[in-house]
Design a protein around this ligand. Structure first.
Ligand SMILES: Cc1cc2nc3c(=O)[nH]c(=O)nc-3n(C[C@H](O)[C@H](O)[C@H](O)COP(=O)(O)OP(=O)(O)OC[C@H]3O[C@@H](n4cnc5c(N)ncnc54)[C@H](O)[C@@H]3O)c2cc1C
Length: 406
C-alpha cells in the first residue's frame, strides 16, 4: 500500500473529528487533522452523553478518563408548566446502566469531552494535529486528495491523503465546497445556555437528577455537573428570525413571560438572565454524505435540533463506524457507500425524533394536559423502553472481530 493510502485527512478537531482521528490511529492509519481554531475549542456548554455515544468512547479506551470528568444523573425529573414538583421521573443511574450492558447515561461539559479526546489524540505519534489552519486547499484526485494546509502566515503544509473527511461542523466548508451540500437552515428555535453555581441549583432542584421543564412554546433542561461545581441550564424558545438580540428578548419575548410563571425558572432567570448566551439553532439536511474521496461526519452531514440530545452522539457513532469501514475496505467508494447506507436511515430517524420532541415539549393546553396525563401515569422504564432503539444501538455490531485495532 502506498503511503498516501494509509493517510486520512480530517477537517475539524471537534467531537466527531477527534473521535475519528483516534479510531483511525488505532487501526494504524496516519491521520492529519486540520482545525481552524488556534487551540482546541472549548466553547459550548453541557452535553448529555447517552450509552450509544459512550459505547464509542469505550471502544477507544476512554471509559475511565471520561467517567472522571462527567456525572451520571440518577433520573430525569419531568416538570410541566407551572408545576414545582415533577409529574414523573425517567430512571437513569444504575437502572439505565443495567439496561444498557453496564454503560451509563452521563452528562458533562462539552470541554470535558473535547479535552478527553484531545489528550488521547495527542498520545498517538500517527496523529498529526494542526491548529490555526486558515485554508484547506483541496484538489480531488482519482486515487485520493491533494491538500495544502495554510496557517495565518500562509505557510503551506502539503498532504497527500487517501481521503478527506469533513468534520467541520454545521457550517462545514467541506460540505458546501466539495460535497454539493447546502448552507445550514435556521430551525426557528433559539437556545439560551448558561452555567450556574451548583449551590444555586441546590436551593431549587435535585442536585443528582436532570430536570426537564415543558411549557407553552419553551422547554428547559437543567443538569448538575458536580465535578465542575456547576449546573448546566439550556432554555429553548421559538423565533421567526435568527437575528435575535438580547434587547429584543427582554422587550418582546412572550416566552420569557410564560417561563416566568414557573417559580423555579423565574428564580433562575432573575439571577442569571445576563449570563445566558443566545444560540440560534441551525439544521443540515444533506442527501449525500460523500463525493469522490471526500466524506462528511457529524454536524457537517446532519446537524439536528438538540431536543433528543443526540447531535454529538450521532457524530461519534459516524466516526467510530467510518474508521472500521475504512480499515476494512481499501476502496473509498465502497467504504463511503456502506457508511451512508448504515448511518443515514438511523440519523434521519433521530433527526425526526428530535423535531417531534420540540412539538411535544412545547405543546399548549389542551394538548399539553393530555400529554401530562399520559406521562404522569407511565412506569419508570417507559421512556427508556421507547428510546431503546437509540441508546441500545451498537454501531460496531459484529464488525470489530473482523478488523485489527492497535
Ligand atoms: C444547545 C445545544 C445542546 C446540545 N446538547 C447535546 C447533547 O446533550 N448531547 C449531544 O449528543 N449533542 C448535543 N448537542 C449537539 C452537539 O453539540 C453537536 O452535534 C456536536 O458538537 C457536533 O460535533 P461536530 O464534531 O460534528 O462539530 P463541532 O463540535 O462543531 O466541531 C467542528 C469543528 O470544526 C472546526 N471547523 C469549522 N470550520 C473549519 C474549517 N474551515 N477548517 C478547519 N476546521 C473547521 C470548528 O472550529 C470545530 O472545532 C447540542 C447542541 C446545542 C446547540
Amino acid at each position: 500500500m502506498a503511503n498516501s493510502d494509509k493517510t486520512i485527512a480530517i477537517a475539524g478537531a471537534g467531537i466527531a473529528g477527534l473521535t475519528l482521528a483516534i479510531a483511525l490511529a488505532k487501526f494504524g492509519f496516519r491521520v492529519v487533522v486540520a482545525e481552524k481554531q488556534t487551540v482546541p475549542s472549548e466553547y459550548g456548554a453541557g452535553l448529555q452523553i447517552s450509552p450509544n455515544a459512550r459505547r464509542v468512547l469505550n471502544m477507544l479506551g476512554l471509559d475511565e478518563n471520561f467517567a472522571a470528568n462527567s456525572f451520571a444523573p440518577e433520573a430525569i425529573d419531568i416538570y410541566p408548566h407551572n408545576a414545582e414538583k415533577p409529574i414523573n421521573s425517567v430512571q437513569l443511574g444504575a437502572f439505565a446502566s443495567q439496561r444498557y450492558n453496564g454503560i451509563p447515561y452521563a452528562v458533562a461539559h462539552r470541554a470535558d469531552l473535547l479535552n478527553c479526546l484531545y489528550r488521547a489524540a495527542k498520545k498517538f505519534a500517527n496523529i498529526d494535529m494542526h491548529f490555526g489552519v486558515e485554508d484547506i486547499d483541496t484538489t480531488p484526485a482519482a486515487n485520493g486528495v491533494s491538500i495544502i494546509l495554510k496557517d495565518q502566515r500562509g505557510t503551506p503544509y502539503p498532504v497527500t491523503a487517501r481521503a478527506l473527511i469533513g468534520a467541520d461542523g454545521v457550517r462545514s466548508p467541506t460540505r458546501i465546497n466539495h460535497v454539493n451540500g447546502q448552507a445550514p437552515k435556521f430551525t426557528g428555535y433559539i437556545a439560551w445556555r448558561t452555567l450556574m453555581p451548583l449551590t444555586h441549583l441546590d436551593a431549587h432542584l435535585s442536585t443528582i437528577h436532570t430536570s426537564l421543564f415543558w411549557g407553552p412554546d419553551y422547554h428547559v433542561v437543567v443538569y448538575p455537573l458536580p465535578h465542575q461545581q456547576r449546573a448546566n441550564v439550556a432554555l429553548f424558545t421559538r423565533h421567526s428570525r435568527k437575528n435575535v438580540s438580547r434587547e429584543d428578548e427582554i422587550a418582546l419575548d412572550p416566552n420569557r413571560i410564560s417561563i416566568k410563571k414557573n417559580n423555579i425558572l423565574s428564580a433562575f432567570l432573575d439571577s442569571f438572565y445576563d449570563q445566558f448566551t443566545l444560540w440560534p439553532l441551525f439544521g443540515v439536511n444533506c442527501e449525500t454524505w460523500y463525493k469522490g474521496n471526500i466524506a462528511l461526519i457529524g454536524d457537517a452531514a446532519h446537524a439536528m435540533l438538540p431536543f433528543q440530545a443526540q447531535g454529538a452522539a450521532m457524530g461519534m457513532e459516524d466516526a467510530g463506524l467510518l474508521a472500521v469501514l475504512l480499515a476494512g475496505e481499501a476502496n473509498n467508494a465502497k467504504a463511503f457507500a456502506q457508511y451512508q447506507k448504515l448511518r443515514k436511515p438511523r440519523v434521519d430517524k433521530v433527526q425526526q425524533q428530535s423535531a417531534k420532541n420540540g412539538k411535544i415539549f412545547h405543546m399548549r393546553p389542551p394538548k399539553a394536559w393530555a400529554r401530562d396525563f399520559v406521562v404522569a401515569r407511565q412506569s419508570p422504564d417507559a421512556q427508556l423502553k421507547r428510546l431503546d432503539w437509540i441508546y441500545a444501538h451498537d454501531p460496531f455490531e459484529g464488525m470489530l472481530d473482523k478488523s485489527n485495532t492497535a
